[in-house]
Ligand binder design. Structure first.
Ligand code: XMP
Length: 511
């Protein structure tokens, strides 16, 4: 295990992911909890994240002394480098030469950390984001690389196995960054690299069996990847004591509900209850135009419908597809650790009300890992590799009031768009692609008649995390083909437009 001490950087989770991609398990702890996490996990290496503080600020964060005393290999990134350098007896200063964004560093020394990746004399592109900088390395540290703004872009104390990087190796803008992190965990720490989904699957199944004993588990399915993978994993572990409740809110995409059903159709051990609640949802949403009211209504109804069904089932445990990012405590700007737990589709308060204990077999995984686990469990690539889809579903892709007819139009048009994207081999290059049915009617001409029908918006973006996004640059011929298919095949649409707004300033969804 590698422990990542979070000093409040926006990208700390990326460090954890890069470490895991190198085949080594990682955990994240806010710096205030780092001592406890160090004792609990007994990590074989520690990485200090970046952060918004300056080591000159009164009370700015530091790592617990016992981590230094333990002698485990250390890697400090950005603020983490400065905190480490300061704690080990070096000097850090504020600098007029701030570096933000792309920078060139020059390699000036040897180190096992960079061996086979970078050599002395070379220059390489990295991503910097700092105001302070190291001006005097702590005793025992040598300089390995420098940049115009940071004379100590990489420092290394080979005897102590401690490394300080002024730049961020965890972001994609540092092209060789992932290899440097891999080199730290595999070559310096000598971690074994046995964190694979095949191993996780076996462990997770054993853990579920141990936790559940001979109890019964209820699992809610929403149609999404997380809840489906949770259910399939549970089915493997305790299939004959599992009841799945699939709440179909009527706002899924074409064939999506059927896909989920098919996955469990062949299993005689698992009890699979599908609740077609679309009438309940659509009635409650009638005339609702405010996007937040739509979201709240759907969230509330989901819990209500699920709870009613679950009460009719005998169960001791409730399964949830909670992921690691929902579990990690984040470092709040005010200093204290703050817990962020997303409430979406998590049946809030229900375990207590029904006297159920929680089973959360995915709580150690990042989203990519859930997909990998789904593949490992034999789920189809077309399901596991699907673009993210919002919990409120198509409700927020019909700006304004939702109608049954509108949903049918949107479903078909969306399916055509996705079908064409897949046929062109572009699906996996796109983060999210979807159609939006606008509450606007425009004039068209079909045959000899004038039409007065809805406008359909198409959106496709690239992104790595949904936080920022760029439009996908389809060629115009492709867009023309999609538009002509939709207008010809879908009654109710006579005009198609393509959204060319990046995020920011636009959001990915239209509501
Ligand atoms: P925006 O539209 O804010 O979306 O740029 C960023 C990402 O979040 C998804 N999204 C949601 N997911 N419930 C969800 O589960 C929601 O209410 C919701 N709203 C947006 C969106 O699809 C994109 O991936």
């Amino acid at each position: 295990t590698i422990l990542i001490v979070d000093f409040g950087s926006q990208v700390t989770q990326l460090i954890a992911r890069r470490v895991r991609e190198a085949g080594v398990f990682s955990v994240v702890a806010p710096y205030q909890e780092a001592a406890a996490a160090f004792a609990e996990h007994k990590p074989s290496g520690v990485i200090f994240s970046g952060g918004p503080s300056s080591t000159h600020w009164e009370g700015s964060p530091r790592a617990p002394q016992e981590i230094y005393d333990s002698g485990v290999p250390l890697m400090g990134i950005c603020y983490g480098q400065m905190a480490m350098n300061d704690q080990l007896g070096g000097r850090v200063e504020g600098s007029d030469h701030r570096e933000f964004g792309r920078a060139e560093i020059e390699v000036v020394g040897h180190s096992p950390l960079i061996e086979g990746i970078w050599s002395p004399g070379e220059t390489h592109t990295v991503w910097m984001s700092h105001g302070d900088r190291v001006v005097e390395p702590a005793p025992g540290f040598e300089v390995v690389a420098r940049s115009p703004g940071a004379p100590f872009a990489i420092i290394a104390n080979e005897e102590r196995r401690a490394y300080g990087l002024m730049f961020h190796p965890e972001v994609v803008h540092t092209p060789d960054g992932a290899r440097l992190i891999e080199s730290f965990v595999r070559r310096i720490v000598r971690a074994t690299g046995d964190w694979t989904m095949a191993a996780f699957r076996e462990e997770a199944i054993a853990r579920i069996r141990e936790q559940v004993g001979d109890g019964r588990v209820i699992c809610g399915l929403s149609g999404g990847v997380d809840s489906t993978v949770t259910a399939v994993l549970l089915a493997e572990a305790i299939g004959d004591r599992l009841t799945c409740i699939f709440v179909d809110h009527g706002l899924l995409r074409e064939n999506e509900a059927e896909q989920v059903e098919t996955m469990f159709a062949g299993r005689n051990d698992v009890i699979f209850n599908k609740v077609d609640a679309s009438e309940t949802f659509l009635n409650a949403l009638e005339g609702v135009t405010d996007p937040e009211v739509k979201r709240k209504t759907i969230g509330r109804l989901f819990v209500e419908v699920f709870e009613k069904e679950a009460k009719a089932v005998k169960g001791d445990f409730l399964a949830q597809g909670t992921l690691y990012p929902d579990v990690i405590e984040s470092v709040s700007p005010t200093g204290g650790p703050s817990v962020t737990i997303k409430s979406h589709h998590n049946v809030g308060g229900l375990p207590e009300r029904m006297g159920l204990k929680l089973v959360e077999p995915l709580r150690l995984l990042f989203k990519d890992e859930v997909r990998a686990l789904g593949r490992e469990l034999g789920l189809a690539e077309t399901f596991v590799g699907r673009h993210p889809f919002p919990g409120p579903g198509l409700a927020i892709r019909c700006p304004g009031a939702i109608t049954r007819d509108g949903l049918a139009v949107l479903r078909r048009a969306d399916a055509i768009f996705i079908e064409e994207i897949r046929a062109a081999g572009l699906y996996d290059r796109i983060w999210q692609a979807f159609a939006v049915l606008l509450p606007v009617e425009t004039v068209g001409v079909m045959g000899d008649a004038r039409t007065y029908e809805k406008v359909l918006g198409l959106r496709a973006v690239t992104s790595t995390d949904g936080m920022t996004a760029d439009i996908y640059p389809f060629d115009v011929t492709f867009l023309g083909r999609v538009a002509s298919r939709i207008v010809n095949e879908v009654r109710g649409v006579n005009r198609v437009v393509y959204d060319v707004t990046s995020k920011p300033p636009g959001t990915i969804e239209w509501e």
